[in-house]
Design a protein around this ligand. Sequence first.
Ligand code: FAD
Ligand code: NA7
Length: 544
Amino acid sequence: MTKSETTKTKGADYDAVIIGAGFGGLYSVYKLRDEQGLNVLGFDSAGDVGGTWYWNRYPGAVSDTESYVYRYSFSGELLQKGRWKTRYLTQPEILDYMNEVADHYDLRRSYQFGTKVTATHFDDVAGLWKVTTDKGQTVTAKYLITGLGLLSAVNKPNFKGIDSFKGQIMHTGAWAQDANLEGKRVGVIGTGSTGVQVIIATAPIAKHLTVFQRSAQYVVPIGNTPQSAEVIAEQKANYDDIWKQVKSSVVAFGFEESTIPAETASEEVRNAVFEAAWQRGGGFYFMFGTFCDIATSQIANDAAANFIKTKITQIVKDPVLAKTLTPKDIYAKRPLCGNNYYDVYNRDNVTLADVKADPIAEFTPSGIRLQSGAEHELDVVIFATGFDAVDGNYTRIDMRGRNGVTMREKWKDGPLGYLGMMETDFPNFFMILGPNGPFTNLPPSIETQVEWIAETIEMMEAKGRASIEPTEAARDEWVGLCRTIADMTLFPKAESWIFGANSPGKKNVVMFYMAGLGNYRNAIGAVKDGGYQTMVFDRANALV
Ligand code: FAD
Ligand code: NA7
């Protein structure tokens, strides 16, 4: 990729470097290059566009946001061209969609794929970012935009003896495209959102499936039904209203969040509402569409949890298995869904290993040995062990801001972010889905952030500003607000990636703004409309 004559920033190779070619990166390229005429260069370590949906090609990979709102809202033309047949999109369908977007706007020409960014250093003197890649190249740019993904840096526990295993090992987030599970003895470690999907898809095709479960999960049906042409036409005709609702809602999943508390509802009403939601399908719907207080009231949470626990005992024939599959903790992790998940354990070719009671001791050449000495012989082991969420891809890059301050040092007690997009001492640096951003269906939040970033950059260019960064006070206040909001919910009481509890050595911290997309949009809009009072401008100029 050569330096272009069209770069506006004096002395820089590019106006902006954008890392990532998922929803966030692609939209950033479009906004900055095509709408503002900036010269941008994108990098992705993947071979092509897609982000999450490029990497996660495991059997059963599907979004659990409904098809009509798991997409960009910004282009009416793209929305009307949208193709889907079922309520949810499978991974190949989402990847097709991302490819279509990239083709439509000719986005690939601004990317260098197969290239990992290894370092991003702010040059205080030049006031520019220096971005270094694993190809040995360094480019400079005024703005650095990271769409690194919050669920993208894989968490792969390093079990004893792992290298001695003679079979195949795969992580769901780095799936080998030629993997074939048919007729194999497959082990799946992990029963989160991904584990549930891969378990459901693998059980019917594997010779034998062994699930290594550490924590039992609450899983409701997904309800992935075919969608009629009439329903799709109606959705397409109503997109203006749909996006208005989505962007002013809490979780942005396209349904109206309930305003009725379960706490005060009778048991009969609760069970009728939960049963209807069970039949309808959808994890976020079950948690946020049934009653308004499941994530905030212990009484409501217990009611929802007990409903699902009863379903488990009804579905799973073997009472010992049913007990092992019944969650012990509260219902406050990312809500999961999948069709007939618990039925999987009624199959003769499926074994459940409770690795909380009997942990994995080591891998052997032929499989996995538990601490009790029990051995499971396997041909393939699938790590559905999740991600070093939110900051994982940031701390894997050597990121340095003003005066060489490193991001790893700044975030040693947990990641920090102002508005989920910026960090102190990192001028002209914008994160998409950075720490303390919204916890929602993500494409509408990504769009919200990219639009705010683009407007901020537009303002910078219009006013001839050299740099922008948040004040420490503003950053701390935002982080404190996120903590306060999170503490009003039950989510901190469950150990999950939402608070960094899944990665060994990671501190348990608040990583999200949990007051919903509508409030988030108001908050970031107020910063812009108020003239960016919480920012320091042109600090670089003052220093040199
Ligand atoms: P990503 O799509 O994660 O893209 C990040 C890109 O950055 C990757 O391509 C990566 O290769 C690249 N990158 C990272 N570091 C570097 C580096 N150092 N150098 C170069 N390139 C780099 N969200 C929902 O809202 N609804 C769902 O139903 C849903 N389902 C999901 C299912 C799975 C299995 C997973 C993993 C995630 C799911 N998500 C879902 C979250 C999903 O990640 C987001 O919806 C969205 O795709 C994120 O887009 P992004 O552009 O921010 O990041
Ligand atoms: P999750 O939700 O973090 O789930 C990871 C699973 O792997 C979970 O069941 C973990 O058990 C289990 N795990 C992790 N490490 C180990 C070890 N060392 N031994 C045994 N089991 C382990 O990741 P997902 O990929 O499912 O989902 C992440 C998000 O991506 C999801 O919310 C979607 O948005 C897409 P634990 O529960 O910690 O006991």
